[in-house]
Design a protein around this ligand. Structure first.
Ligand code: FA5
Length: 346
């Protein structure tokens, strides 16, 4: 077997040196060192050798295999270099031709909808604001008329950040809504105000087709003189009509949020099932779209605005749910699932 191995090595090395194209080299490699190649066949006999012969021949077999692998790799590199050199001297080879196209990314469907929302509100005179995702308890709750003892805190049970605490602002939380930016903008700019605040929000929630622990909202805030709910209705209807480019049915219900008085819940007809009922609208035909109402006087005061002189309304809607409607997506979790087969459809 030792002789067989040495003979095979000499023959293979000689054949490698004579090969002058990559295709033949690959065939030769399969013939000698492939899974069913000659070397493998010889080595299959090792198990039948005597106990003292087995390690010696086994070792030689490995050595031959390593030498042949190295010889194949070296010859492959040589032939590739020759190939490139040949191409460069070929008058028909265009060195300036572009290489293979590099795959390009595209804007995430959520960001696409966010851009559309910003454009529509911009055109109605609203500025786009931003606020911190890790927020103080004060701005997320107290400043919005939700003190620590208030039962409404339970509606937005949330994630607290360990370790950071400050006397005035309390603990730090992952904001549960974009509403904290209401008091922040009032403090910074005073009245009158016309802003929207798109951003990421977090809740301690069990997930399902329409609920996630991380989702996007858009806050709207308008403070001026002689402002009423009818202005809110007009703005929401105009916004939805422009966004969906068709009449969407909107329904107003009384709602409770400690930072508005009176408070409203606004739903729109489910565009996934056309109002017939599906798992996204929980078989009701309506999708919970936004919470809204006239800004509570305690919130105006927290923002340094005199409630006797100014009024306003605020709303907050789920941008993620809007993106689902816009693109007919029937499970919210797909949007942050990172599956390229899904995301590349947009
Ligand atoms: C709020 O978050 C209030 N801050 C809205 C508000 C602003 C009311 C200003 C009054 C004045 P609510 O918890 O209902 O309200 O959430 C608003 C929207 O966020 C919902 O209508 C829904 O579209 C979306 N949303 C809420 N929870 C989730 C969730 N877990 N996953 C996805 N979207 C959600």
């Amino acid at each position: 077997m030792e002789k067989q191995l040495n003979l095979l090595k000499v023959q293979c090395l000689e054949s490698i040196s004579k090969i002058n194209n990559l295709h033949d080299l690959q065939e030769l490699e399969v013939r000698y060192v492939g899974r069913k190649g000659e070397l493998t066949m010889i080595l299959r006999g090792v198990k039948d050798l005597s106990a003292d012969q087995r390690p010696l021949i086994g070792q030689l077999g490995n050595q031959v295999k390593n030498e042949l692998d190295a010889a194949f790799a070296a010859r492959k590199l040589d032939l590739e270099k020759q190939d490139i050199a040949k191409k460069l001297h070929d008058p028909m080879f265009d060195v300036t031709a572009p290489g293979p196209e590099i795959g390009r990314g595209h804007i995430h469907p959520l960001s696409q909808v966010q851009q559309e929302v910003e454009e529509i509100f911009n055109s109605m005179g609203f500025a786009v604001m931003d606020g911190p995702e890790v927020e103080s308890e004060y701005y997320n709750f107290e400043g919005l008329n939700i003190p620590g003892w208030h039962p409404a805190r339970d509606m937005q049970d949330t994630f607290f950040i360990k370790g950071k605490e400050d006397k005035k602002h309390g603990r730090m939380v992952l904001r549960t809504h974009t509403s904290p930016v209401q008091v922040r903008t009032m403090e910074k700019f005073g009245a009158p105000l016309r802003v929207i605040v798109p951003g990421r929000t977090f809740r301690y929630e069990a997930t399902d087709a329409s609920h996630d622990t991380t989702f996007y909202q858009v806050e709207g805030l308008l403070i001026d003189k002689d402002i009423s709910i009818s202005h809110l209705k007009g703005v929401i209807k105009e916004f939805l009509t422009r966004l969906f480019k068709k009449e969407v049915s909107v329904r107003f219900r009384p709602g409770y949020f400690p930072f508005v008085e009176p408070g409203l819940e606004v739903d729109f007809s489910c565009l996934i099932c056309g109002g017939k009922g599906c798992r996204v609208c929980k078989h009701t035909g309506w999708v919970e779209f936004l919470g809204a109402g006239m800004v509570h006087e305690n919130v105006l005061k927290a923002g340094g605005i005199d409630p006797k002189e100014w009024q306003g309304w605020a709303f907050g809607f789920g941008l993620t749910r809007l993106a689902m409607m816009r693109h007919g997506i029937d499970d919210i979790r797909l949007l942050s699932g990172g599956d390229l087969r899904f995301i590349n459809q947009f």
